[in-house]
Design a protein around this ligand. Structure first.
Ligand code: 3H9
Length: 697
């Protein structure tokens, strides 16, 4: 017996408890413990219940063990023993029953769940397929093949109630373990061979084949380059094509194969990176402040989205605007945004009303006096921010946290406008703020520890993924955009079309290409910001096409044309002949001899520019970890999750290759802005990567 698995007798029933906090992962000692307790139960009990301590059954295999040699008994061996048990086994499902956890439940002979438990096979989210019978046993159990296909290929969990509906569990009860014991008493001594899913025979028929064919097309399309969902689906198909013993062998081979891929390594990296970025920095101590009421300045797109985020999380919010008309407009937009979900069933009309009731409105700064956290989302200039923070300093109560949503500005300077800079920090949301998961928390020089901890706490309560940045122009995310967009624009000058640049990067896996993103954001934004800066000639040339487009009224999607033309109804994009003409004119004006540019060059130049700037951000201490940068790009910018993030991707390519290219480009014709990062060059020289840097710091 290991201390993480133990058992107790309840009459003739053995209850085997798994106790491996925090999530009861199936680490080696748990697997061994299950086998030992099962053997014991065979001699002492008439039936057994498998249950988890801490309100959760089993959240899956121990992800930290992947990529290391398997120590027997591996999960497939354990589950073979579970199913072959001489006494019937009942799984008592509560909390998270995921991956190997659900596979364990499927190997048991009966399943009882709590209504709120979460059951799923999330392996595809880690670039894997279920490797312990999930793809073989699930379709043998469920009433409808479509449900098995969805569960395996989406990785999304379902509730216990839904599981009952689709035939995944035999019953639902408030206290699953007690109901499971009752069921065990009932089935003790009864034949249960028919409950062994490996014994169920499946036959491939023409309609089933057609279902798989259609699902494969759909899954491949949605995967946007990720390989696991299709592989997982094909493994379900094998359940219909092969006998169980062969199907399970094939499933196992697929799992072993996928575990070794860069995609799975990247997805596991980002899983742990997300959890790491939500943790307080070392040496930051204390407890978060109590936050009950939120104040938001600005009811525009950003302020409205932030208000929706807090109202959705149950917080009362006071919104301040300059005029009643601006408040009317902001409130109408929020209501319309929520109401859009009524038709799809995401929310009810009462739900919308409840959220709206959490919002109150004012045009007077004094009315923010009872707020514990005030987030400013007003016009993005230092003059406006100065004025706002001076006013807030006068009205905010003692201990209130004053946050700015600025995307670029110096938060130390903003904090200095108040008599309490320790209460000031950045909370940088991404548009649309109620949907985008990233919250960049900007830790200013004088921010108090408990203020930083409060922001992390609020991220958790509002279901955002936080990443901490120190103060610096554009913080982590927007700062790195500059060199990325610079390369995208340069590639167009050198001969690529906007479409080609975008396509190379969406093929790489980005949700949108950089040129489409610029059009979506509005080309006038960059234009205005460039006019305020003292740019050198090279930089002016880089953006000459964008500037000319703006000057000719092509502001991007909002004006119907930018680099592309947009259909007013469908927003479908097509080539903009005016842009093509401007591009040709600018190329001629700058005396550029255009050349054919390959997709590989597009990917290398943009992605290496991103990683190089990331390395600067890291070297300067603006980001604490390379993995935080990856989190920022995954959650705020549509970077392909299965590539792990710009820094992880750089390590996959190999830092020596990156270093070599950076040196080559910085010695080349458009050398001005390459500026290879010292940190990157040193790591490359030492044969290290960004993961080593994170571990050492
Ligand atoms: C699998 O099962 C393969 C099989 O098919 C075949 C095998 C042969 N392993 O997220 P939290 C850690 S693949 C190791 O903050 P929450 C996590 O890193 C697996 N560690 O809590 C964190 O550690 P720390 C299929 C794990 O309440 C701590 O636990 N299963 C694992 O917000 C708390 O986590 C999955 O993919 C794990 N499996 O969310 C489920 N899970 O404190 C992955 C968590 O040091 N897990 N940790 O930072 C989850 O989705 C969420 O953790 C869960 C809880 C929903 C369970």
């Amino acid at each position: 017996m290991t201390h993480s698995v133990s058992s107790e007798m309840r009459g003739d029933i053995a209850v085997i408890w798994i106790d491996n906090p925090p999530v009861n992962a199936l680490s080696f000692h748990v697997r061994q413990g299950i086998v030992e307790e099962l053997e014991k139960a065979q001699t002492q009990a008439k039936a057994a219940v498998l249950a988890g301590r801490g309100g959760t059954f089993i959240a899956g295999a121990d992800i930290r063990e992947f990529g290391k040699p398997i120590i027997e008994p591996g999960l497939p061996t354990v589950l073979e023993a579970v199913e072959a048990s001489a006494i019937p086994l009942v799984a008592a499902i509560e909390g998270n029953t995921l991956g190997g956890g659900l596979e364990t439940a499927l190997a048991c002979h009966y399943r009882i769940s709590s209504a709120k438990a979460k059951l799923g096979l999330p392996e595809v989210k880690l670039g894997l397929l279920p490797g312990a019978g999930g793809t073989q046993r699930l379709p043998r159990l469920l009433n409808d093949l479509g449900d098995a296909i969805t569960i395996v290929s989406s990785g999304n969990p379902i509730t216990g109630s839904k599981a009952l509906e689709i035939g995944l569990v035999d019953g639902v009860s408030e206290i699953a373990v007690e109901a499971a014991i009752e069921l065990a008493e009932k089935v003790a001594g009864q034949p249960f061979e028919g409950r062994c899913l490996s014994k169920v025979e499946l036959t491939m028929t023409a309609p089933i084949k057609a279902t798989f064919d259609a699902a494969e097309i759909e899954v491949a399309k949605r995967a946007r380059g990720a390989i696991a969902p299709l592989r997982a689906l094909q493994s379900v198909r094998a359940a219909y094509e092969l006998p169980f013993v062969d199907g399970i062998k094939q499933e196992r081979a697929g799992f072993v194969d996928l575990v070794a891929t860069d995609q799975s390594k990247a997805l596991r990296h980002i899983f742990f990176a997300e959890r790491q970025s939500a943790k307080p920095p070392v040496n930051v101590a204390g407890t978060p402040r109590k936050i009950s009421r939120i104040g938001i300045l600005g009811a525009g797109t950003m302020g409205g989205g932030i208000a929706m985020t807090y109202a959705e999380a149950g917080f009362p919010v006071t919104m301040l605007e300059m005029s009643e008309a601006a408040l009317d407009k902001g409130f109408a937009t929020m209501e319309a945004n929520w109401s859009r979900g009524i038709r799809s069933g995401r929310i009810t009309a009462e739900g919308v009303a409840e959220r709206m009731a959490r919002l109150s409105r004012t045009t007077r700064f004094e009315d923010l006096g009872d707020c514990d956290l005030i987030i400013e989302a007003v016009f993005e200039t230092m003059d406006v921010k100065r004025e706002v923070f001076q006013k807030l300093d006068k009205v905010a109560k003692q201990g209130a946290i004053l946050a700015t949503n600025t995307s670029y500005l110096d938060i130390n300077e903003i904090a200095a406008q108040t008599s309490r800079p320790e209460d000031v920090l950045g909370m940088h949301y991404f548009s649309p703020a109620n949907i985008m998961p990233l919250l960049e928390i900007v830790w200013a020089d004088k921010t108090a520890d408990d203020v930083l901890l409060s922001a992390l706490d609020m991220a958790k309560k509002t279901r955002k993924t936080p990443a901490i940045s120190r103060v610096g122009h554009g913080f982590i995310g927007n700062r790195m955009l500059t060199p990325y967009l610079r390369q995208a624009n340069l590639l167009i000058l050198e001969g690529a079309s906007p479409e080609q640049v975008d396509k190379a990067l969406t093929d790489f896996g980005w949700a949108m290409g950089p040129i489409s993103v610029s059009d979506l954001a509005g080309l006038d934004i960059g234009y205005k910001s460039r006019k305020d800066q003292d740019l050198d000639d090279h930089e002016k040339h880089v953006y000459l096409v964008a500037d000319r487009l703006v000057e000719a009224g092509n502001l991007g999607q909002k004006s119907g044309s930018g680099f592309y033309e947009y259909d007013p109804k469908t927003r479908a994009r097509s080539e903009n002949p005016a842009a093509t003409k401007i591009i040709e004119e600018v190329r001629a004006e700058l005396g550029i001899n255009t050349r054919a540019i390959g997709d590989e060059e597009i990917v290398e130049r943009t992605m290496f520019a991103l990683a190089n700037e990331g390395a600067h951000v890291l070297g300067e201490g603006v980001a604490q970890r390379a993995s935080d940068i990856d989190v920022v790009y995954n959650h705020g910018y549509g970077y392909p999750r299965w590539r792990g993030g710009p820094m992880f991707y750089a390590s996959t390519v190999g830092l020596p290759k990156l270093a070599e290219r950076l040196v080559e480009w910085s010695n080349g014709s458009s050398s001005q802005h390459w500026n290879p990062s010292d940190l990157l060059m040193t790591l490359a020289e030492q044969g290290k990567n960004f993961g080593d840097f994170d571990q050492e710091n």
